[in-house]
Design a protein around this ligand. Structure first.
Ligand code: PLP
Length: 362
């Protein structure tokens, strides 16, 4: 007998680097380059110490009411959590408890197989098509649930509402989770399908489009039955997930729709410009509807003018850019190793990236 024999073992998710230096160009975790609304600052400043002395509302009623108002969904059909990672983790724990494997895309958010392993959920990865699209037919096989991001990550590829509907309609006896972390950057949300599909759970976050990754606010829309089941599990793990600060900040963010729209539009405009510039430099990428590009360099790796490093041109460029103080995301796994995931920053930040890339390209 050893101490460790009784431990729960899991290979953890590895988040993108958060360098301590502040003078870097950080394009590696899909954060919003613009700060949240000034109303958020006001909400934070307005929190009194007397309020912080007390536990928050375990139902996060004010935040759920504000979401209900903004999205036109009843409060009873909204669940909130500590970022959408918390919401998704609770959803895996609640809804994926069958014997058949849960299905998700082969190339996708790398947290899915971590939660599945942690909770001992059988799972099966479904290959994408050549053009990184979902193969809707392949999601019709026997399964214990379905989860996919739309747009997908790290590809940025958007699926039509038709495809989402086909998958929800084809799987009436299991929960289908659509992870819409990046939907505000150009996609069509599955929200209009909610009334027709009791098995549909739509998960979104304040971390990307609302520039509040540091506050940890995520939410889900579903039928009352799904939300009730999620709440039963949540209240069996931790009643007070959302802090008073997170609840107030979330409400304030939703109150400034104009600011939100403007910052999303700026990011989309920058993304479209950078697509052209990266193509001109010899990069290819699936067309992205998110705030990042999944780019592969088509030139010769050994012609790169960067300090030698092992591996693919993506790996070498990642290392070279990092030395330059420009952080992008590199995934070492075989299917992803020839690509860089580049978050869309401000125009100035993207200019630094492009300038550094030019310096390293032959
Ligand atoms: C960023 C991200 C999330 C989680 O973000 P939170 O900060 O936990 O809300 C979930 N899914 C995908 C696909 C993401 O990229």
């Amino acid at each position: 007998m050893s101490l460790e024999e009784n431990f729960r073992r899991v290979e953890p998710y590895v988040p993108g680097e958060q360098p301590a230096e502040t003078n870097v160009v950080k394009l590696n975790t899909n954060e919003n380059p613009y700060p949240p609304s000034p109303l958020v600052q006001k909400a934070l400043t307005g929190l009194s110490l007397q309020e912080l002395r007390r536990y928050p509302d375990p139902e996060a009623g004010r935040l759920r009411e504000a979401l209900a108002e903004s999205y036109g969904v009843e409060k009873e059909r909204i669940f909130v959590g500590v970022g959408s990672d918390d919401v998704l983790s609770m959803a895996f724990l609640t809804f994926f408890h069958g014997k058949a494997p849960v299905l998700f895309p082969e190339i996708t958010y790398s947290f899915y197989d971590v939660w599945a392993s942690l909770y001992e959920i059988p799972f099966k990865k479904i290959p994408l098509t050549e053009s990184f699209k979902l193969d809707a037919e392949a999601f019709m096989q026997t399964n214990g649930g379905v989860v996919f991001p739309n747009p997908n990550a790290p590809t940025g590829v958007l699926e039509s509402l038709d495809t989402v509907e086909k998958i929800a309609a084809g799987n009436p006896d299991v929960v289908v989770i659509v992870d819409e972390a990046y939907i505000d950057f150009g996609g069509e949300s599955a929200l209009p399908l909610l009334d027709r599909y009791e098995n549909l759970l739509i998960v979104q976050t304040f971390s990307k489009s609302r520039a509040l990754a540091g506050m940890r606010i995520g939410f889900a829309f579903g039928s009352k039955e799904l939300i009730r089941a999620l709440n039963d599990v949540k209240f069996s793990v931790n009643s007070y997930t959302m802090s008073r600060a997170a609840i107030e900040v979330g409400v304030a963010s939703l109150a400034d729709e104009a600011y939100f729209k403007e910052s999303v539009e700026k990011i989309v405009a920058t993304r479209e410009r950078v697509k052209k510039e990266l193509s001109a430099l010899g990069f290819v990428f699936p067309d992205s509807a998110a705030n990042f590009l999944f780019a592969r360099y088509t030139g010769a790796a050994d012609a790169l003018r960067s300090v030698p490093a092992e591996g693919t041109s993506a790996r070498r460029l990642y290392e070279a850019l990092k030395r330059d103080g420009v952080y992008v995301r590199y995934f070492a796994s075989p299917k992803l190793a020839d690509r860089l995931r580049i978050s869309i920053g401000t125009d100035r930040e993207m200019d630094v990236l492009l300038e550094r890339l030019r310096a390293h390209l032959p």
